[in-house]
Ligand binder design. Structure first.
Ligand code: SF4
Ligand code: SF4
Length: 382
């Protein structure tokens, strides 16, 4: 195979070293401007591997010519996860459809092999972001939890069989997923968490996968969970609520000793509330102002722009309310003739239920609510 490389930083160097040491792969050129310099933009982020001095360097136009003449069979992308989709679209616009992507986690200790490269199905889009509830309930009862995990009655876990089927269906619709957040509630409460992690990685090798947790329940003897995160390059993504702050050294030590990648948010001492139970907001305006408007949420074959339409029944049940949007707020991913592009358009759009959110959110100091009241979710205008 005659390959071209668009590589950046350490990842680009690792891809270069692998390609140039592989039998059956010839590195023909290195491409320097997939990100736009060839089109008059000044955005050039390609860092060529130091060792690549001997290889010809071309722009996107020249690369496109080489590909159309059969002098290059495929382009290897070894760039930031967040830039992958943009690069794929740029290559596609230039007529290049044979693209292999080396995921960002190969920057680290993981060994690069033939199987490390994700061959991109360029007739599909990439889903930028996905949230999934591993557990709906939580060990911490933060007032105004936006996913209602502090007021759900009893325990509820994500369904592993449904999840695996849904991932297979999403594979039919998308070439990849930018970021998958396995969350809740508290995901560590679900004994099947390792299986969810392995399933996510097997289905979407390109994804930045995160177990989103308050961290308080992590123990050093959770070997299966820790192994699953390490083996699959999944981040343990800790939200730094006040009780977490006093445990963060212990959490960091456990992650470090098990080779698990840890990310920690800045201190979270303030929350905001943004519901309008009257349902009189303009959905377009609230959606435009909403920090969760990109947070596609999946549950048992149903996907929506955010979690609200699929979780609002928890709030309704607790407070005897009847808040709902319209059926079109939620899409059945098994819908006949659905394609990834149409689904992406829906997930970018305001939902009817957005009228139950406020354009302006009410800030308050974080606290644990022992007897949560409906008003704890209410924003400025209602
Ligand atoms: S820790 Fe997170 S999921 Fe749990 S109650 Fe607090 S905000 Fe909700
Ligand atoms: S319902 Fe709409 S406005 Fe409210 S959180 Fe979801 S996307 Fe944002």
């Amino acid at each position: 195979m005659k390959a071209a490389l668009f590589g950046k930083g350490i990842l680009g160097r690792r891809a270069y070293e692998y390609i140039t040491s592989s039998d059956g792969v010839e590195l023909v050129v290195i491409c320097k401007d997939i990100l736009g310099a060839g089109n008059g933009s000044s955005l050039v982020l390609s860092d060529l591997p130091d060792a690549a001095d001997e290889t010809a360097v071309v722009g996107l136009k020249e690369l496109s010519d080489l590909y159309s003449r059969g002098a290059v069979d495929a382009v290897v992308l070894a760039t930031d996860n967040e830039l992958a989709d943009f690069c794929v679209r740029r290559l596609k616009e230039s007529g290049i459809t044979d693209i292999a992507f080396l995921p960002s986690y190969y920057e680290e200790v993981y060994e690069v092999e033939d199987e490390s490269f994700v061959w991109i199905e360029t007739d599909k889009p990439r889903l930028p972001y996905l949230e999934y509830h591993i557990s709906f309930h939580c060990n911490l009862k933060c007032a105004g939890c936006t996913h209602f995990s502090n007021i759900i009655s009893g325990e509820r876990f994500g369904d592993l069989d449904h999840f695996c089927n849904d991932l297979m269906r999403l594979q039919e619709l998308f070439w990849g997923i930018g970021k998958i957040r396995l969350m809740g509630g508290e995901p560590l409460l679900n004994p099947e968490l390792p299986e969810f992690i392995y399933a996510s990685r097997a289905a979407f090798p390109d994804a930045d996968i995160r177990v989103v947790s308050n961290g308080l329940m992590l123990r050093g003897d959770m070997i299966q969970v820790l192994d699953a995160m390490r083996v699959t390059a999944t981040y343990f993504d800790v939200s730094m609520y006040p009780p977490t702050a006093s445990s963060i050294e212990r959490i960091a030590s456990i992650c470090s000793s098990h080779g698990v990648k840890l990310t920690v948010t800045p201190d979270i001492s303030d929350f905001t509330a943004g519901m309008n139970t009257h349902g009189c907001s303009d959905p377009v305006t609230t959606h435009r102002a909403c920090p969760a408007s990109h947070c596609a949420y999946l549950c048992d074959g149903l996907i929506s722009t955010c979690a609200m339409p699929q979780l609002i029944d928890i709030y309704n049940e607790k407070y005897g309310l009847d808040i709902s949007g319209s059926d079109s707020d939620v899409t059945d991913i098994y819908e006949e003739d659905l394609d990834g592009y149409a689904l992406l358009d829906r997930l970018k759009s305001p939902m009817d239920i957005c009228r139950y959110c406020d354009e302006r959110r009410r800030p308050y100091k974080w606290f644990v609510s022992t007897e949560p009241e409906a008003a704890e979710w209410i924003g400025v205008n209602s």
